[in-house]
Write a protein that binds this ligand. Structure first.
Ligand SMILES: [Zn+2]
Length: 120
């Protein structure tokens, strides 16, 4: 088992890999994320997931200003990649929309909280 600790803002993400190839594959994504929110410059950023209306969104989110940015999803294998977008604050178009997001997060068991160990 190969362990990799990488920083996402002020939080440490611990990853374990069985193969060097996987370490390289995922390390190249999660080791190269911005270290601060591009909106408010906070380092209180973390990985998040939401599923409004059945669509998956894998995001880097800010715990202070709520800005986030989506990871891209590769068509070939469904793998994620960082598009190096600016993070921005999501504005729900209506209250139902926000309710869907809240329900999705409940189903998923919440976001990946800062400080959690995340094993891939
Ligand atoms: Zn922010």
């Amino acid at each position: 088992m190969i362990k990799l600790n990488t920083k996402i803002g002020k939080h440490t993400l611990q990853m374990e890999f069985g193969k060097m190839k996987d370490l390289h594959k995922f390390g190249s994504i999660y080791g190269n994320l911005p270290q601060k929110c591009t909106n408010c410059q906070s380092d209180n950023i973390y990985l998040s997931y939401k599923n409004p209306k059945g669509n998956d969104y894998y995001t880097l989110a800010c715990g202070d200003c709520t800005a986030d940015a989506n990871f891209g999803i590769k068509k070939e294998d469904g793998g994620l990649f960082w598009k190096a977008e600016k993070m921005s604050i999501y504005v729900a178009s209506d209250s139902q929309n926000q309710e869907n997001v809240d329900n999705a997060q409940k189903e998923f068991g919440g976001t990946i909280a800062p400080g959690d160990d995340v094993a891939f």
